[in-house]
Design a protein around this ligand. Structure first.
Ligand code: F3S
Length: 440
């Protein structure tokens, strides 16, 4: 179908119209058409320039998720690349030396990622920053994709876009796979939604009235399922979190945001007295006629109890434990290493009873392993480190129903893994025993 671009509501510049007429070649013409139609669908007023590095969800080559190899080849053949180097989500679970998977699972993963090396070569030509730029926590200092406040971006990966918007104060919509890459090649993104001042106002006031700081994995999920795609303004967390955005607070907000984005389609939240726009504008960020809801311990514990039990045998001894969806920071890695060590000492054990894998960015793992004493201790405890996206193991379908435990409410949502808050998980992974399990 021929599109009459003059009929669209989105306003285009002379330069953009020239690209649409093919003045920069047929591939750029197709990209501009795609981005313009995306903008029209978002009711964008116009396209605006992207001002910083991208972060994209398209890290692996599995069919149906990543852009097809054919499309990437076409972009490379046209000599195109993004204006800024980009980072990507973690690679799939191909680091078998860390994962101890069954041969049939390894075979399925190798089939899924058959073209991974070639795919990465193409992405490198298109602007991938380097061969270690694979994580879903790219704004950690060790990784360094940290946009400044106000920077216009076109990011994907819901867990990352929400952090860039909320905690860093950058501006990006929740772009989908392919649209992320194409927007960054053309260097423009539609002015709509979370890129506008109005789109960043909140239509919900969420009042946290718990006595203690709740698990970010539970709280974020509870907020996401309530507000769905809206923007929440959260009050009550400043009783527990540091307004200076120390590393504990940043990690908490990263985990909470990833869960908001998973259980709803939230792309931005404000936390009173903590996140930058909430600090500057306070409750002026609330839309007139906003809705309110409270979250207390009762609501969170009822939510936790509502998670379905998806193991084949609910009393099985746990077989594996994945921590790091999204990838954990260096501070969290040390927290887990210390917590596991303390529990081993307290229970007079030498090794964890459940195979445990901590997932983090390659640069963070590298830094941690240089701390020989801490790393050796963790290794002796039987814990492995991995830079992978652990969720990809479940995409093979071969882990469904297996007794896997996790502290990630995102991994729980995407798999049959059982969620446990951090302190309970430490106890279970060290002892191998589930609280309340029935044994013969
Ligand atoms: Fe990251 Fe994969 Fe979880 S990209 S957020 S580890 S699903």
């Amino acid at each position: 179908m021929k599109i009459d671009f003059a009929e669209l509501k989105i306003q285009l510049t002379e330069e953009e119209l020239a690209v649409l007429q093919g003045k920069q070649g047929s591939v750029m013409q197709k990209i501009m058409e795609t981005v313009v139609l995306y903008g029209e669908a978002l009711n964008a007023e116009k396209l605006i320039p992207i001002e910083g590095s991208g972060h994209f969800v398209i890290s692996f080559s599995s069919p149906g998720i990543a852009p097809s190899i054919k499309m990437l080849e076409e972009l490379v053949a046209a000599g195109l690349r993004t204006q800024y180097p980009f980072t990507l989500d973690p690679r799939g679970a191909l680091d078998f030396e860390n994962l101890n998977l069954k041969p049939e699972v390894e075979r399925a993963l190798l089939d899924m990622y058959e073209h991974q090396d070639y795919y990465e070569q193409l992405l490198t030509k298109l602007g991938l920053r380097d061969n270690q730029a694979f994580t879903c926590n790219p704004y950690q200092p060790e990784v360094g994709n940290i946009p400044d406040r106000g920077t216009i971006l076109a990011w994907s990966e819901s867990a990352c876009a929400i952090f860039a918007n909320s905690v860093l104060g950058a501006r990006t919509n929740r772009n989908g796979a392919i649209m992320d890459l194409l927007s960054n090649i053309i260097g423009k993104t539609p002015l709509a939604g979370l890129l506008t001042d109005e789109g960043r106002c909140a239509s919900w006031l969420v009042d946290i009235v718990t006595d203690d700081l709740p698990s970010p994995h539970l709280l974020g999920a509870a907020i996401g399922r309530k507000v769905m795609a809206d923007v929440p303004y959260i009050v009550g967390l400043d009783r527990f979190l540091n307004p200076e955005l120390d590393s504990f607070t940043v990690d908490y907000l990263q985990d909470m945001g990833a869960m908001c984005a998973t259980y709803g389609a939230v792309g931005l939240y404000h936390v009173e007295n903590i996140t930058p726009e909430a600090v500057d504008f306070g409750q002026d960020l609330l839309d007139p006629g906003y809705s309110t809801f409270k979250i207390d311990e009762g609501e969170l514990s009822a939510f936790l109890d509502s998670f379905p039990q998806l193991w084949e045998d609910e009393n099985s001894t746990p077989e594996k434990c994945f921590i790091g969806c999204p990838h954990i920071s260096l501070r969290q890695l040390y927290w887990w290493a210390d917590a596991i060590q303390m529990e081993l000492i307290n229970t007079a054990r030498k090794q964890v009873a459940v195979e445990t894998i901590l997932c983090s960015a390659p640069q963070i793992l590298e830094k941690f392993t240089r701390d020989k004493e801490a790393y050796d201790r963790l290794e002796r405890a039987g814990v492995k480190l991995s830079p992978c996206c652990c969720e990809t193991i479940f995409e093979t379908g071969l882990k469904a129903g297996h007794p896997v435990i996790t502290n990630s409410n995102k991994l729980r949502a995407y798999s049959s893994a059982r969620f446990m808050p951090d302190e309970e998980l430490v106890r279970v992974l060290v002892s191998g025993e589930l609280a309340g399990a029935e044994h013969d």
